[in-house]
Design a protein around this ligand. Structure first.
Ligand code: MN
Length: 424
């Protein structure tokens, strides 16, 4: 099925800056509100939010399957019940209405005043009601770095790593939208091997540069989703900062894995970029050797070329880029992750979120965590502001950005930013 909105020749009658993440070919979905507007479903072109509830009320979506309650809501989950075809039709309709060749909406000033809101005049909420959240560990560079630091450089990857897209079930209650500050977590740590544990604020606070995908409603309990079917069950993606307390993590993680080191907060970007919008940026993934089980085999290019960047901004100072990576480095792609997640019959729901795991690249400036960038705190990062960092300090803001670009079309995610406040 051809996706109208992906046509590179489309141009919106809304002015879009050349380096904007939100041309007419993006059309992401999110939730906006302000003093006058109750929370509602919206999209975005350039620096304008598009009020989709209002578009619906004015009759522009009349022949689509949606009802007012799908847009008059604090979450995208309602509109996601129409699945891939439903959301694709909605995205295509918005592209039609906002293309410069279409005068219908463009020439109706009174409707425009009701539908378009400048981005600075709206706030975003968490876009989806997240039922379950899973975090994978699918970057071979990251897993190799961590294995090298904590175990054995000669056997950095555990024996299962190239056979299984390793993951764990995280906590959804503490996932917050970009701009939400978080307090430094407190917990148990064991800084000295020959002494007992201590309790207090985390001293090795870290970020993890990740992407996350969000699913539609899945199949009944007991059924599986194949790598071929996976694209039809994936709605879209967001930037994901999996905040991590390294000192708490290293003491608590045996034998059941991460717990309080991770569940104090994760931050996501506000606009969900649909998987449809990312189709033109597919790229082949790394060669997988040894050969994977047949349920993990896949056809076609399933990695995505998303350029990623992390910045640290000390309070009231200039931000510095400390890492540039790319989602294309993922060893296990998201089709394989979803196939693996459901091969045992585990059911998934609309709004569930699946993070990639830290996305590190092959070079030292492409590592997606402070743990790797400072090599466990043995190296110091110099920031443009003159400050130095090994881990994240109080009142630092961590900003992640991501975008795809080819044929002169840039599809981006905006950013996910989060400030760390002192421990409570
Ligand atoms: Mn993680």
């Amino acid at each position: 099925m051809k996706i109208f909105a992906n046509n590179k020749h489309l141009k919106s009658w809304i002015e879009v800056e050349k380096d904007s993440d939100f041309p007419i070919q993006n059309i992401p979905f999110g939730i906006i509100f302000n003093k006058e507007l109750s929370p509602r479903v919206a999209s975005r072109i350039g620096d304008f939010a598009i009020d989709i509830l209002q578009l619906f009320k004015l009759g522009y979506l009349d022949d689509l399957a949606f009802t007012a309650k799908d847009f008059d809501t604090s979450y995208l989950n309602n509109m996601m019940r129409f699945g891939k075809i439903g959301t694709r039709k909605l995205r295509d309709r918005i592209a039609v209405l906002f293309d410069e060749s279409n005068l219908v909406l463009q020439s109706n000033k009174s409707h425009l005043n009701q539908i378009l809101i400048p981005i600075p005049d709206v706030e975003n909420l968490l876009p989806v009601e997240i039922g379950d959240y899973t975090d994978f560990y699918s970057s071979i560079e990251h897993a190799t770095n961590v294995g090298t630091m904590f175990r054995d450089p000669n056997n950095a990857l555990l024996p299962n790593w190239k056979h299984i897209p390793v993951g764990y079930h995280g906590r959804s209650s503490s996932i917050v939208v970009s701009g939400t500050p978080l307090h430094r977590p407190k917990g148990q740590q064991k800084p000295k091997a020959d002494e007992g544990p201590v309790f207090g604020p985390c001293k090795m606070l870290d970020f993890e540069l990740e992407m996350a995908f969000i699913t539609y409603e899945g199949k009944p309990l007991g059924d599986s989703i194949s790598t071929k079917e996976a694209d039809d069950y994936i709605f879209g993606m967001v930037l994901f900062n999996d905040w991590s307390a390294r000192d708490i993590q290293s003491w608590e993680y045996v034998p059941l894995g991460p717990f309080l080191a991770k569940n104090f907060g994760s931050s996501v970007s506000a606009w969900v970029v649909t998987l449809d919008a990312l189709e033109n940026y597919r790229i082949s993934g790394p060669n997988q050797e040894p050969k994977v089980f047949s349920y993990l085999e896949y056809e076609g290019d399933k990695n995505i070329d998303i350029k990623l960047e992390v910045l640290i901004q000390p309070e009231n100072k200039e931000a510095s880029t400390i890492c540039k990576s790319n989602y294309k480095y993922m060893y296990w792609n998201q089709n394989q992750q979803l196939a693996h997640h459901t091969i045992n019959g585990c059911n998934i729901h609309a709004g569930d979120m699946y993070a990639s795991g830290t996305i590190s690249g092959p070079t030292e400036d492409s590592y997606g965590s402070m743990l790797e960038l400072s090599w466990k705190g043995t190296k110091t990062l110099k920031l443009k502001s003159g400050d130095e960092r090994k881990f994240i300090e109080d009142n630092d803001t961590v900003i992640m950005k991501g975008y795809c670009e080819n044929n002169g079309i840039r599809i981006g995610f905006g950013e996910v930013s989060g400030k760390i406040l002192p421990a409570k």
